[in-house]
Write a protein that binds this ligand. Structure first.
Ligand code: HEM
Length: 507
C-alpha cells in the first residue's frame, strides 16, 4: 500500500471518529441499589456531583478544535484531555453536555447501569428528516420497546453464528471478484505490482459484500464500471456524516441562509433512494418467482419481508441503516490490516503460513477452517484496536441516577462519552500501545514459530472493557458477526499463496 493511501485512510477515520462521538449503548443492569452501595463506600463521606468534574470551557474546546487540529481528529482529543483531566471529565460544546469516561473500569460502570433499552445518543436532526419524509425511525432514532422489537428481528440472522455462516458462499464470490480486481489493477499498473488505491477497492468490496447479503443480489461494484447508484451512495455517506455534525452543532435559524440542512436532506434522500430501489428490485424478483410457482430461498431481505414483527417502512429504514453501517467499517479495518502487514514481513509470513497450513493447495477456507486461524483473527483485532472505526461510543442515560466513581449523576439526562480509543491506546492495558503486535491477542502457546519471545499480557489479562470496537451489551453492533466473517474470508484469501509464488501484500 502506498503511504498516500494510508494517509487518505487516516482522514476518513477521523471523519468517522467525529461521527461516533455520540452513540452509547444500554446497560445490562441498572439499579439504584448499585448506586446506593457505591455511595456509602465513599470514605470521605461526601458524594461529588457532575458540577465538581474538571473539564474545558466552551472557548477552550473551540480553540482546540479550530487551532489544535482536533476538528478531524476527535479520537486524539480523547488522549489529550485524559492527560489533562484524568479518566473522567465534563465537556460542554454546542448542544452537547458530555461526561467523558476514559478507563476500562469507568466504561464498565456506565454500561452496567445503562438500562433495559440503551440509547446511544439522541439524534433529533435524523428524527426530523425521517418525519419530513414520512419514514419509519429505524434503529438509530428509535428508542425503548420499539427499538428493542426492531432490533430483535434484525438480530436473528445477523448475530447468530450459525445463521451468519449461511452467507459464507456469497461472500466467497465477492472475494473472488476482489482478487480478480486486484490482479487486473496490478497487470495494468506500470510496475505490474502496485494497486493505486486499494482503500477504494476495499470500499467497493464492503459495499458489494453487505449488499449481497442484504439484497440477495450481486451489484457488480468490483467491475470496471461501478454502478452509478453505488457511487451515489458512497458520496451520500460522506456528505451525510459531514453535514450531520454541522447540522447538530448549528442553531436552527442558520438553515435560513446556510446550505447544511439542505445538503443533509439531499444526502439522506440519496441514501434512502438507493436502498429503497434495491429493496424494490428484489421484491419484484421475489414476486415473479411466486407468480411462476418457483421456490424462494432468500437470505436477509426475504427473511425480513416474511417477518410480521416489522413493517415495510421499518424494513426500508433498517436496510438503509445496515448498508450505511456495513461498508466503510469493514473496508477501513481491512485497509489498516493490510497496511500493517505490508510493513511487517514477519507478520505477513506468519499469517500466510497459518492459512497455508489450515487450507493447503489454495483450498477455500470454510468457517470451520477460519476457527483454526488464531493469527488471522489476531491481525484483525489488532487493526481494530489501533484504529477503531468508531473511536468513541456513547450512552444517554435518562432513567436512573447513576454513580460512576463516587460522582453522583442525577437530576438531568446525562450523555456519557465512552472514550474507548483512549483506553485501547493506553499502555496500562496494552504495552507499547502504538505498535502493531497481533501476538498480544494470542493465548500463550499459540505462537506458531516460537520466535516471538517478548512477554506481553495474553488476551485474558486485558480488562474486558479495554477493547470494545463493536460496542457492548444489547445495543452493540448488529453487524459484528457479518463484518468479522467478511474480513476473515477476505484477508485469509488475500494472504494465501498461489502457484508457490506469494501474493505480495504490497498493494
Ligand atoms: C469493522 C466493522 C464494524 C465496526 C467496528 C462497527 C462498530 C459499531 C459500533 C461501535 C456500534 C455502536 C455500538 C454500541 O452503541 O455499543 C455499531 C452499531 C451499529 N452497527 Fe456496526 N460496526 C461494524 C460493522 C457493521 C456492519 C457490517 C453492519 C451492517 C451489516 C453494521 C451495522 C450497525 C448498526 C445498524 C448499528 C446500530 C445498532 C443499534 O443502534 O441497535 N455495523 N457498530
Amino acid at each position: 500500500m502506498r503511504p498516500a493511501a494510508a494517509a487518505a485512510r487516516s482522514v476518513r477515520l477521523s471523519a468517522l471518529g467525529v461521527r461516533v462521538l455520540a452513540p452509547v449503548r444500554p446497560g445490562l443492569c441498572c439499579s439504584r441499589s448499585v448506586s446506593a452501595q457505591a455511595a456509602t463506600s465513599d470514605t470521605t463521606g461526601k458524594m461529588k456531583t457532575i458540577d465538581d468534574l474538571p473539564g474545558p470551557s466552551f472557548a477552550k474546546s473551540l480553540y482546540w478544535i479550530l487551532f489544535k487540529g482536533f476538528a478531524q481528529k476527535g479520537h486524539l482529543m480523547q488522549d489529550f484531555q485524559k492527560n489533562l483531566y484524568g479518566p473522567i471529565w465534563r465537556s460542554r460544546f454546542g448542544p452537547y453536555d458530555l461526561v467523558n469516561v476514559a478507563s476500562a473500569e469507568l466504561i464498565s460502570q456506565v454500561i452496567k447501569q445503562e438500562g433495559q433499552y440503551p440509547v446511544r445518543v439522541l439524534l433529533p436532526h435524523w428524527k426530523e428528516y425521517r418525519e419530513l419524509r414520512g419514514q419509519a425511525y429505524g434503529l438509530h432514532v428509535e428508542t425503548g420497546p420499539n427499538w428493542y422489537r426492531i432490533r430483535s428481528v434484525l438480530n436473528q440472522k445477523m448475530l447468530k453464528p450459525r445463521e451468519v455462516r449461511a452467507y459464507a458462499p456469497v461472500i466467497h464470490q465477492v472475494v473472488d471478484d476482489l482478487l480478480q480486481r486486484i490482479q487486473f489493477l496490478r497487470d495494468r499498473s506500470p510496475d505490474r505490482t502496485t494497486v493505486p488505491d486499494i482503500a477504494s477497492e476495499l470500499y467497493k468490496f464492503g459495499f458489494e459484500g453487505v449488499s449481497a447479503i442484504l439484497f440477495e443480489t450481486r451489484l457488480g461494484c468490483l467491475q470496471e464500471d461501478v454502478p452509478k447508484d453505488t457511487l451515489r451512495f458512497i458520496r451520500a455517506v460522506n456528505n451525510m456524516f459531514l453535514m450531520s455534525d454541522i447540522v447538530a452543532m448549528s442553531p436552527r435559524w442558520t438553515r435560513l441562509f446556510l446550505p447544511h440542512w439542505k445538503r443533509f436532506v439531499e444526502a439522506w434522500d440519496d441514501l434512502s433512494d438507493v436502498a429503497q430501489g434495491l429493496v424494490e428490485r428484489r421484491m419484484r424478483e421475489l414476486e415473479q418467482r411466486v407468480d411462476s410457482g418457483s421456490s424462494i430461498d432468500g437470505l436477509y431481505l426475504t427473511y425480513l419481508l416474511s417477518n410480521d414483527k416489522i413493517t415495510k417502512a421499518e424494513i426500508y429504514t433498517s436496510i438503509t441503516e445496515l448498508l450505511l453501517g456495513g461498508v466503510d467499517t469493514t473496508s477501513n479495518t481491512l485497509t489498516w490490516a493490510l497496511y500493517h502487514l505490508s510493513r511487517d514481513q514477519r507478520a505477513q509470513d506468519l499469517l500466510s503460513k497459518e492459512v497455508q497450513d489450515v487450507c493447503p493447495n489454495l483450498k477455500q477456507p470454510s468457517m470451520d477452517d477460519i476457527s483454526q486461524m488464531p493469527y488471522l483473527k489476531a491481525v484483525i483485532k489488532e487493526a481494530l484496536r489501533l484504529y477503531p472505526v468508531v473511536p468513541g461510543n456513547a450512552r444517554y442515560v435518562t432513567e436512573n441516577d447513576l454513580i460512576v466513581v463516587k460522582v453522583h449523576m442525577t437530576g438531568f439526562h446525562t450523555l456519557f462519552h465512552l472514550c474507548h480509543y483512549a483506553v485501547s491506546h493506553s499502555a496500562e492495558e496494552f504495552p507499547e500501545p502504538e505498535r502493531f503486535i497481533p501476538e498480544r491477542w494470542l493465548r500463550p502457546g499459540l505462537n506458531t514459530d516460537g520466535a516471538y519471545s517478548r512477554s506481553l499480557p495474553s488476551v485474558q489479562e486485558h480488562h474486558p472493557y479495554s477493547y470494545i470496537p463493536f460496542g457492548v451489551g444489547v445495543r452493540a453492533c448488529v453487524g459484528k458477526r457479518v463484518a468479522e466473517m467478511e474480513m476473515y474470508l477476505a484477508l485469509s484469501r488475500v494472504s494465501h499463496t498461489k502457484n508457490e509464488a506469494k501474493i505480495s501484500l504490497y498493494l
